[in-house]
Design a binder for this molecule. Structure first.
Ligand code: ZN
Length: 508
């Protein structure tokens, strides 16, 4: 790699400092990976001390006043206007991270950390006992603290808009309202038509015993099909799957449920989609902010593309069912292609987000978004949450929530202080629809290729158009650059209509 030196020496110094932050962060992610996979049961206490020390050092580095000083000097430098767009973007991103880390007073950061740790423990108990009242006082404090935190980061903006922008840069309530209203109004009639259709899948065929060892063989095999590089990654078992690392060390984890092979199968495709993104980031910008992923919403688009648009399609299974049967040693011999694909695409109203099918999933997110928005606008209080939650679930998904455990206590995001994060999941779907629209034009034979088990053109398309762009552009600009159009849910709704009309024999 040729080292290109900037017109401003201080810029190189800034990037050196940034690289150390990235490396330290990677070590702490590795410690976390081990904690979630192979740590011996006695090792937890030792590890928590290690992790605490590391995160302290990391925080010191991230808030190092020298970074602030370098940023000021670079921006005032006479050569600053002559820097390249990439250099300016790196500076902008370092400034953004630095501001987020330094603008919030330390006592507020500590108070929030303590309060969320306490709330998280209480949440577990509250969920177990299905009693929201236990969590209520903690959650009220968290909402207040998060509001304060947001107003320190940007006092000129509405706190919830600040949170949305942190999670998905460039977004605010106005943009999301427009997208989600169209998405919600488009999805509800499709879901109702599927549910009312006389043709329904037999999902009992999915429930069958399959030992972990075979599921692991299948996960490793399908990883190769989607071009996840096992020389630069690993697949390990865990309770709650995640992906971590980047470039040459990207680890995915899956959960093996011996009575439901689809759990690890779709877990592998989902995490593998995240993994592909991280493995194919632009290596020329390694350790720079622009060499990172664009946003969590774009990340979700990559995982969901592989999981759903590829992994639930008839064409994928035309190729993969014979392989599944061969690897499954008689377990899957009776499966019929069309019956299987229909069962894998069942649309069903459900109460729990993480078990929701891809079509109803976005509605679960919209419920959460609408509630967060009203909560931060002061239109409702924490005490109103159960009622509003249950009302919206009835209205959008037609389900009756019987208790708080299956209602608003199901997710750990709010007790963890993560507000403004949920929208990313549904934005991932919206991005996917629009990317697919462009792929259909650029690669008209992609579905034919998939039938033959050849995903190389498709994966290369994602690498060249999304992964290799790193964090050069904000998500809305990235989508516009790739597709030539502003972000719209209509492409995703078109895809859903087309796919599910086939499965359910419906004319939309
Ligand atoms: Zn994901």
């Amino acid at each position: 790699m040729v080292k290109i030196t900037s017109k401003i020496d201080l810029y190189d110094q800034l990037l050196e400092k940034y690289k150390e932050i990235v490396l330290l962060n990677n070590i702490s992610l590795l410690a976390y990976w081990d904690l979630e996979t192979y740590i011996p049961s006695k090792g937890f206490e030792q590890r928590s001390e290690e992790v605490a020390l590391l995160s302290g050092i990391l925080h010191e580095r991230q808030t190092d006043p020298e970074i602030g000083q370098l940023l000021v000097e670079i921006k005032n430098h006479k050569e600053y206007p002559n820097l390249s767009a990439m250099e300016k973007r790196n500076i902008e991103l370092i400034q953004r991270e630095y501001d987020q880390q330094t603008k919030v007073p330390k006592d507020l950061v500590t108070a929030l950390a303590k309060q969320t740790a306490l709330a998280y423990e209480t949440w577990k108990k509250a969920k177990e006992e299905s009693n929201f009242d236990l969590l209520k006082p903690h959650l009220s404090k968290i909402v207040d603290l998060v509001k304060k935190q947001a107003s320190y980061i940007d006092p000129t903006k509405d706190p919830y808009d600040v949170l949305l922008d942190i999670n998905e840069p460039g977004f605010n309530r106005e943009i999301i309202d427009k997208l989600f209203t169209e998405l919600r109004d488009g999805l509800i009639p499709i879901i109702q038509a599927c549910i009312k259709s006389p043709k329904q899948p037999d999902v009992s065929i999915l429930k069958r015993y399959c030992p972990k060892s075979i599921q692991s063989d299948i996960a490793h095999d399908v990883a190769g099909v989607i071009k996840y590089d096992l020389q630069a990654g690993r697949i390990d078992p865990t309770a709650h799957p995640f992906t971590t690392g980047f470039y040459d060390d990207v680890r995915v984890t899956v959960h093996y449920d011996e009575n439901d092979f689809t759990n690890s199968f779709y877990g592998m495709l989902h995490e593998g989609g995240h993994g592909l993104y991280e493995q194919n980031l632009p290596v020329k910008n390694k350790y720079q902010p622009i060499g990172y992923y664009c946003s969590m919403g774009i990340h979700e688009s990559q995982s969901r593309f592989i999981e759903n648009l590829v992994g639930r399609s008839l064409e994928f299974w035309e190729f993969y069912l014979p392989k599944l049967k061969a690897l499954g040693k008689n377990i899957f011999d009776d499966l019929d292609l069309k019956q299987l694909v229909f069962a894998l695409n069942e649309v069903k109203s459900s109460k729990i987000r993480i078990f929701a099918d891809p079509v109803t999933y976005s509605l679960h997110i919209i419920v959460r978004y609408e509630i967060e928005k009203e909560l931060f606008a002061g239109k409702i209080t924490v005490a109103d949450l159960p009622n509003i939650w249950n009302q919206k679930m009835k209205e959008y998904l037609g389900v009756t929530i019987e208790n708080d455990a299956e209602g608003l206590l199901q997710d750990s995001h709010w007790p963890g202080g993560a507000f403004g994060y949920f929208p990313d999941y549904a934005l991932g779907n919206i991005y996917d629809g629009q990317l697919l629209w462009k792929i259909e034009q650029d690669l008209p034979t992609w579905r034919e290729d998939m039938r033959k088990g050849d995903l190389s053109k498709l994966i290369n398309w994602l690498i060249n158009n999304v992964h290799q762009k790193g964090n050069l552009l904000k998500p809305l600009d990235l989508i516009k650059e790739i597709t030539g159009h502003d972000l719209s849910p209509k492409y995703y709704l078109d895809y859903i209509k087309k796919e599910y009309a086939k499965f359910y024999d419906i004319d939309f």
